[in-house]
Design a protein around this ligand. Structure first.
Ligand SMILES: *Cc1c(COP(=O)(O)O)cnc(C)c1O
Length: 465
C-alpha cells in the first residue's frame, strides 16, 4: 500500500478542513441528538483489527461519514446539556496547530511561555493574587484532586508529617468540610487521595444550594473546607468572603470548586458573585466549559505554589534540564497535552470585552429562558443568577417524559437532574454562539412538547425504540 506521506499530508489536511467546516455549518442547523439509525451505523466501524493498512484519506472519510452523523451536536448553539460550552473558532484553530506541533507540554519553551501568559491573564480575570502557581489538567475533577493534594501536603507538613514520603497510614487526621450540594467530582478527588468520601463533615445549604456559613463546624489548622463558585444545578455561589475569613482565623485551607462559576468574574454585572474568593488557598476551574475551548482543559490555581509543587514533584535524574530548571511540576501528569495553546487562543481572540460579552450574554439568555418558562406557566426552581435554569413540569414522571420527548424532538438538547426533592430539567447556556433566536426556538419546542405531555396523555408521548 505505497503512499508518499509528505505529499498526501497537505491533501489530507485540506480534506479535513473541508469536512470540518461542513460539519460545523451543519451542527448549527441540524438536530441536536443523533438519529437512532446513525448511532446504529457505528457498528460498521467495529471490524476485527485490520491486517492491511488503510489510506489516511479513507480513514478520515470513514470517521466523517460514519462518525459525524452519530455525534451529539454539543458544540451547536441549541445544546443546553450539562455545562458543556462549544468551541470558539480561534480555540479550534489553535487546537489544530497544537496537533500539528504535537508538543509535550512537559518540555516545550513555547508551551511554557503560553502557560505563563494564560495563567497570568486568568489570575487577572478571576482577581487572584499574581503570585499564585497554576497547572493545566484535564478538568475540574483533576484540578480539585491537585488542589486537595496540595492541601493535604500543607496541613500534614505543618503537623510534622511528610505525606508524600510516608503516606497516610498513621498520619495525623485531616478534617474535610463539604457542602450538602457538593459536586460529585470532589468526592471522587477525596477518594483518590485517601481522604475518604465518607469521613467528611457536611454543611447544610439554603434553597439555592449555598452553604449556610452559620452552620460551619469549628475549623482548625488541619481542616480543608471545600466551597463552590457556581453550583452545577442552580449556578449559586457559596459566601466565600465569610467562609474564607473564618478559615483564615483558624488556619484552615479553603478550596474553591469554580468549574464554570469563576468565569462570572469576567462580567462587571456578575463579579459580585465571586467576591471574597481571592482569600482562598486553591481554586479549580474548567476552560472546556464556559471559556469554550475544546476538551479537555482544566486549571488548578494555588496560593502557595510550593505546596502544589511538593505534592506533585518526584525527582528523576533525567528530568533535570540543562539550565538546571525543572520542567513544570504542578500537575499529576508527566507527559501531557499542551492545553495552554487553545486556552491562550480563546482569551487572545476574545479579549476582555469579548469574554465579558460571552459570559454576560449567556446569563441574559438564561434569564430569557426562565422568563419564557414562567410565562408558559411552569415553575422555575432556582434564582437565575448565572447561566443555569432549573424547571419542573410537575411530578417526576411528567418531567422525565418531557425531557425524553424533547431529546427525541431534537430541536434543542436538555438534561435532567434532581434538585432538593424535585425532578427538574436543567438548562445551561454556555455556548458562545447561542442567540436569542435559538432560545426562542428552544422555548417554543419546550412549550409545545410540555403542552402536549400533560399527565395521562400517554398517546402523545413518542415511543423510543
Ligand atoms: C463540571 C463540574 C465539575 C467537574 O469538572 P470536570 O471538568 O468534568 O472534571 C466540578 N464541579 C462543578 C461545579 C462542575 O460544574
Amino acid at each position: 500500500m505505497p503512499f508518499d506521506p509528505r505529499s498526501s499530508l497537505a491533501q489530507l489536511l485540506s480534506d479535513v478542513a473541508r469536512r470540518a467546516a461542513r460539519y460545523a455549518a451543519e451542527a448549527e442547523q441540524r438536530h441536536t441528538a443523533p438519529l437512532h439509525e446513525d448511532v446504529a451505523r457505528l457498528e460498521t466501524l467495529a471490524t476485527t483489527f485490520p491486517h492491511d493498512a488503510t489510506e489516511p484519506a479513507e480513514v478520515l472519510a470513514l470517521l466523517d461519514e460514519i462518525g459525524s452523523p452519530a455525534t451529539l451536536a454539543s458544540t451547536g448553539k441549541r445544546y443546553f446539556g450539562y455545562v458543556t460550552g462549544g468551541v470558539l473558532p480561534a480555540a479550534l484553530a489553535a487546537n489544530w496547530m497544537a496537533g500539528v506541533w504535537d508538543q509535550n507540554a512537559y518540555h516545550s519553551a513555547l508551551v511554557e511561555k503560553l502557560e505563563e501568559i494564560t495563567f497570568g491573564w486568568m489570575k487577572e480575570i478571576f482577581g487572584l493574587p499574581a503570585s499564585c502557581g497554576a497547572g493545566f489538567v484535564t478538568g475540574t475533577t483533576m484540578a480539585s484532586f491537585a488542589g486537595l493534594a496540595a492541601a493535604r501536603h500543607a496541613l500534614l507538613e505543618r503537623a510534622g508529617w511528610n505525606v508524600e514520603e510516608d503516606g497516610l497510614f498513621g498520619a495525623p487526621p485531616i478534617t474535610v468540610v463539604l457542602s450538602a450540594e457538593v459536586h460529585a467530582s470532589l468526592l471522587k478527588a477525596l477518594s483518590m487521595l485517601g481522604l475518604g468520601r465518607k469521613r467528611v463533615k457536611i454543611v447544610p445549604t439554603d434553597q439555592q444550594g449555598r452553604i449556610r456559613p452559620e452552620a460551619l463546624p469549628t475549623l482548625d489548622d488541619r481542616t480543608v473546607v471545600c466551597i463552590q463558585s457556581g453550583n452545577v444545578n442552580t449556578g449559586s455561589f457559596d459566601p466565600a468572603g465569610e467562609i474564607c475569613a473564618r478559615a483564615r482565623d483558624s488556619g484552615a485551607w479553603v478550596h474553591v470548586d469554580g468549574a464554570f462559576g469563576l468565569w462570572a468574574a469576567a462580567s462587571a454585572q456578575r463579579k459580585h458573585l465571586v467576591a471574597g474568593i481571592d482569600a482562598a488557598d486553591s481554586w479549580a476551574t474548567d476552560c472546556h466549559k464556559w471559556l469554550n475551548v475544546p476538551y479537555d482543559s482544566g486549571v488548578i490555581f494555588i496560593r502557595e505554589p510550593q505546596h502544589l509543587h511538593n505534592a506533585m514533584t518526584v525527582g528523576a535524574p533525567y528530568l533535570k534540564t540543562n539550565d538546571g530548571r525543572m520542567p513544570p511540576v504542578f500537575t499529576p501528569e508527566n507527559s501531557r497535552r499542551a492545553r495552554a495553546i487553545d486556552a491562550w487562543a480563546a482569551l487572545r481572540s476574545l479579549g476582555q470585552i469579548g469574554l465579558e460579552k460571552m459570559i454576560e450574554g449567556n446569563c441574559r439568555l438564561a434569564a430569557r429562558f426562565a422568563e419564557g418558562l414562567r410565562r408558559g406557566g411552569y415553575r422555575v426552581l432556582n434564582d437565575v443568577v448565572l447561566n443555569q435554569v432549573l424547571v419542573t413540569f410537575g411530578d417526576e414522571e411528567t418531567t422525565r417524559r418531557i425531557i425524553d420527548a424533547l431529546q427525541e424532538d431534537r430541536t434543542a438538547w436538555f438534561g435532567g437532574t434532581q434538585w432538593q426533592g424535585h425532578t427538574a430539567m436543567r438548562i445551561s447556556v454556555s455556548n458562545w454562539s447561542t442567540t436569542e433566536e435559538d432560545v426562542d426556538k428552544s422555548l417554543e419546542a419546550i412549550l409545545r412538547i410540555a403542552g402536549t405531555n400533560v399527565p395521562c396523555e400517554i398517546a402523545s408521548n413518542p415511543k423510543r425504540d
